[in-house]
Design a protein around this ligand. Structure first.
Ligand code: NAP
Length: 257
């Protein structure tokens, strides 16, 4: 990378694990990290072809590893495999998540509970477990960074996705706890909180409420995956080394804390 020390985003020699990177924000984050010189582990759950496509696009610095990170055993197998193959994890991006309709006024109590459990298993517990496991390697090798992908919903709540909003608030808080507890081991944590971004996850809501959504955004456009991946790259890079416990809002000005 042609950058001097004052401006460098260089991640040469770093190993980066990105959960949920077969498409959307995770895939773009993988592309950017690899462009900055990192080796990237593209985790995914079911989309083999999409994950292989991202690996092909990036080339030799990318590896795809299938694992349902909501399963505590599978996330352990994933982290162990990465550490065994590449020595450590320098940056963990907890990105995989689920966003499913689960209204307060539904009539199926079982479905309500299933929604909360599925959402917390993936959006919160997977991130906490992956962080805990990755830190064991980070401590051995002098430190690392954990970057959590939260959401504007963490601040705003959600009318039809309350489990999702609560899970993202939990991630913001997890970030702060890691920041306070683990800096002694040179492990820092940060978070991004995107507003609506053009991806498969957001598509159904964007199709239903596009005008309403865009009208809430002073920049008058929905975000792109690059808008989020650029901020994650910055946090992962040496430019972000003194950021610890922060959450960066990436929402075009549609919500201020
Ligand atoms: P997306 O397009 O739905 O992509 C989700 C990714 O997660 C896919 O690669 C999927 O791979 C993977 N995944 C799903 N379940 C998994 C599991 N159990 N284990 C491992 N990987 C799994 O989502 P996105 O919009 O890019 O969202 C990425 C992050 O940004 C999420 O944390 C989301 O909450 C957050 N965010 C998104 C928006 C938005 O408007 N898009 C707004 C705010 C925050 P498989 O298909 O292989 O399962």
């Amino acid at each position: 990378m042609d950058a001097n020390e004052l401006t460098t985003l260089d991640l040469s020699g770093k190993t980066v694990v990105i959960t949920g990177a077969s498409r959307g924000i995770g895939a773009e984050t993988a592309r950017r990290m690899a462009a900055a010189g990192a080796r990237v582990i593209i985790n995914y759950h079911s989309s083999d072809a999409a994950a292989e496509g991202v690996v092909r696009e990036i080339g030799e610095r990318a590896v795809a590893i299938r694992a349902d990170v909501a399963d505590p055993d599978a996330v352990k197998t994933l982290i162990d495999e990465v550490v065994e193959r590449f020595g450590t994890i320098d940056v963990l991006v907890n990105n995989a998540a689920v966003f499913e309709y689960n209204p307060f006024d539904g009539d199926d109590y079982e479905a309500w509970q299933r929604g909360w459990k599925r959402t917390f298993d993936l959006n919160v517990f997977a991130a906490a477990n992956a962080a805990w496991l990755a830190m064991r390697a980070m401590r051995r090798t002098g430190g690392g960074k954990i970057i959590n992908v939260a959401s504007r919903a963490a601040w705003r709540g959600e009318t039809e996705f309350a489990d999702y909003g609560a899970s993202k608030a939990a991630l913001v808080n997890l970030t702060r706890s890691i920041a306070r507890a683990c800096a002694k081991d040179n492990i820092v944590a940060s978070c991004v909180a995107p507003g609506f971004i053009e991806t498969e996850m957001a598509k159904p809501e964007l199709v239903k409420h596009y005008d309403e959504i865009v009208n809430q955004i002073p920049l008058r456009r929905v975000g792109s995956v690059g808008d989020v991946a650029g901020a994650i790259l910055f946090l992962a890079s040496p430019m972000g080394d003194y950021l610890n416990g922060v959450t960066i809002d990436i929402n075009g000005g549609s919500w201020f804390q």
